[in-house]
Design a protein around this ligand. Structure first.
Ligand SMILES: [Fe+2]
Length: 447
């Protein structure tokens, strides 16, 4: 929190310097028509700011939000002097956050300053580029707006990502990628709309933006539908995990730990955010087939299994994959990763005895994560192994059971010390049912 305070102070200082420099450079007097226009855009921004949407994210604790005020901000920065545009935008953010959303003073100052800096920089970019006599077939307005939106996107998402990363004590790049990567498509779609809004204001003055309010909010609704769909899908995953583990409190938390280990290994393997997300979801659901109570009892049974019992246990990856594939989102890659999570690198695993790189990479990662959790957890018939013994086991079975390229990744990059091991917590049945699966909520900073 102290780091965020220092960073917010820095943003405030930068905003003051920019405001001073722009005020010194601005010798034009604001006309009453422009003043009314600014007030109108200010009001649109206040309304839009108070209806933010949570961004879909691969992290369950992400609370980053996006608002449609970006669209009217683009028009604002193109139609008015950078100082006026930045002041109107910052005033709208401050009004919405202080009086309507009642956010903490730190968040209000952070968001107001980042909005001022973003709009001022983007507006300067727009006005400087449109004043250049570019020999381009593309109209200067389009070139200027595209550049301004690029500047806006880079500064806005970077400042918000720094704020979120400081709050959550996480990496800037991962915060950015997990919250904003897909937003590029969204802002690409807003360029034509921003152009129309600018032209409408130029021809119809304040009647132009007013005509735009309805489609603007329709756009917001379309986006809200997408976010709801993504949220439903995340909730489905969480519900399925609870289904797997409610009847076996002894292993409660196993899927969550395996998913976390698998994610860490996938990140260390430098896979894309999308790939990491698929592996994490597959890891959550890898033992879904254990909803069959008979399988769970056999897995926990001490001593050797009969051939028939063994065959029954070995069916669970197939059952898990088939059950997951009932949900369209999990069909395909996630389903395949789940199906092969017990295949061994040398081909002695199950259910299809695949070997080497014929086994999906996600399955090879989950096998390691699953084994790591099994070794570091207390079981009914033995206590958890210490990290030295876990290392020896992985080295012994590298190339036999485990992918020899992934084992060093686990041992050298991930499990370097005991802090990597997620504590095993046995939760009583009733408590588990009412427990929140997600980690504690991170505080939000609106984009
Ligand atoms: Fe399994």
């Amino acid at each position: 929190m102290i780091a965020l305070r220092i960073f917010t102070g820095f943003l405030f200082f930068c905003s003051a310097i920019i405001a001073f420099v722009l005020a010194e450079a601005n010798r034009t007097v604001l006309s009453w028509q422009d003043a009314l226009g600014l007030i109108l855009f200010f009001m649109i921004n206040v309304v839009a700011e108070t209806k933010p949407l949570k961004l879909p994210s691969s992290r369950s604790d992400s609370k980053a939000e996006i608002t449609i005020s970006g669209l009217s901000s683009y028009a604002l920065l193109a139609l008015f002097h950078p100082l006026h545009a930045a002041l109107a935008s910052a005033a709208a953010v401050a009004t919405a956050q202080v009086f309507i959303e009642k956010k903490t003073p730190l968040k209000c100052v952070f968001n107001t300053c980042q909005s001022f800096i973003t709009v001022a920089a983007a507006s300067l970019a727009f006005h400087n580029i449109t004043q250049l006599q570019l020999k381009s077939v593309i109209p200067p307005l389009v070139v200027g707006l595209a550049c301004a939106i690029t500047v806006y996107f880079i500064i806005n998402t970077s400042l918000v990502s720094v704020g979120l990363a400081l709050l959550a004590n996480s990496s800037f790049f991962r915060t950015w990628a997990s919250n904003f990567r897909w937003e590029l498509i969204y802002i690409g779609g807003t360029i034509p709309l921003a152009l129309l809004l600018i032209v409408a204001y130029q021809y119809l003055w304040i009647a132009g933006p007013l005509l735009f309010i309805a489609p603007l909010f329709l756009l917001r609704e379309a986006y809200a539908q997408y976010v709801r769909l993504k949220t439903t899908y995340t909730e489905t995953v969480r519900t399925l995990i609870k289904v797997i583990e409610t009847h076996d409190t002894y292993t409660a938390g196993h899927s969550l730990r395996v998913a976390e280990y698998a994610k860490r290994i996938a990140v260390a393997r430098k896979l894309s955010v999308k790939e990491v997300e698929k592996i994490e979801i597959a890891a959550y659901l890898h033992d879904l087939g254990k909803v069959d109570l008979a399988i769970t009892h056999l897995v926990r049974k001490p001593g050797r299994l009969t051939a028939e019992e063994k065959r029954r246990v070995q069916l669970h990856p197939l059952v898990s994959a088939d059950l997951a594939a009932q949900v369209t989102f999990f069909k395909g890659d996630i389903e395949d990763i789940i199906r092969h999570h017990h295949e061994h690198f040398n081909g002695t695993g199950y259910p299809h005895k695949l070997s080497g790189h014929a086994i999906p990479l996600g399955s090879r990662i989950i096998l390691i994560a699953d084994a790591f959790d099994a070794m570091t957890s207390n079981r009914m018939y033995r206590n958890a192994l210490d990290l030295d013994n876990v290392r020896s086991e992985f080295i012994r079975f590298s190339g036999i059971q485990f992918d020899p390229e992934l084992v060093p990744l686990l041992l050298e990059h991930c499990a370097r010390d005991a802090a990597f091991v997620i504590p095993q917590v046995e939760i009583p049945y009733e408590e588990f049912l009412s427990a929140q699966i997600t980690e504690p909520e991170a505080q939000s900073i609106s984009a």
